[in-house]
Design a protein around this ligand. Structure first.
Ligand SMILES: [Cu+2]
Length: 151
């Protein structure tokens, strides 16, 4: 009898949470972060399909949007408004390149890795602007080393 009650309680809790265990990860858009000026922090996010990333407009003047060609087949593109938070749900597994349009050339980019990506080669081949090239090189290295933070 006791076990039944516990199971029922868990069922209710899950229903209240929307019936799923989807997570939401926050990425801050900053004028100055631990790794320099004009950054997404963290710049590398690993999530499961169905999870969301909320790009938070901590400092104003930034946005988050997908980089052309740097997402898996069937992946959804998005364009956040400058100076506003944008929450994006990622259903399709793969590597997604994200940029801040005003600071792309300054290397303000992030990488969202959803599930087990099959488009890494394709994502690496996307031409990048200015300092974004170096930043992505570092992020791909970090991904290969299976690290999500630089700490
Ligand atoms: Cu920016």
């Amino acid at each position: 009898m006791r076990r039944c009650l516990v199971a029922a309680a868990v069922g209710v809790a899950m229903a209240m949470a929307g019936g799923a265990t989807a997570a939401e990860v926050e990425v801050k858009m900053l004028n100055k972060g631990a790794e320099g000026l004009m950054v997404f922090e963290p710049a590398l996010v690993k999530i499961a399909p169905g999870d969301s990333v909320k790009f938070v407009s901590t400092d104003k003047g930034h946005n988050a949007e997908t980089i052309k060609g740097m997402l898996p087949d069937g992946g959804t593109t998005f364009v956040g408004k400058t100076g506003e938070d944008v929450a994006v749900k990622f259903d399709q597994a793969g590597i997604y390149g994200v940029k801040c349009a005003p600071h792309y050339g300054m290397g303000m980019v992030a990488m969202v890795v959803v599930g087990t990506p099959a488009n890494e080669e394709q994502a690496r081949a996307v031409p990048q602007v200015g300092k974004a090239k170096q930043v992505f090189a570092v992020l791909f290295e970090r991904l290969a080393a299976n690290k999500t933070a630089a700490k």
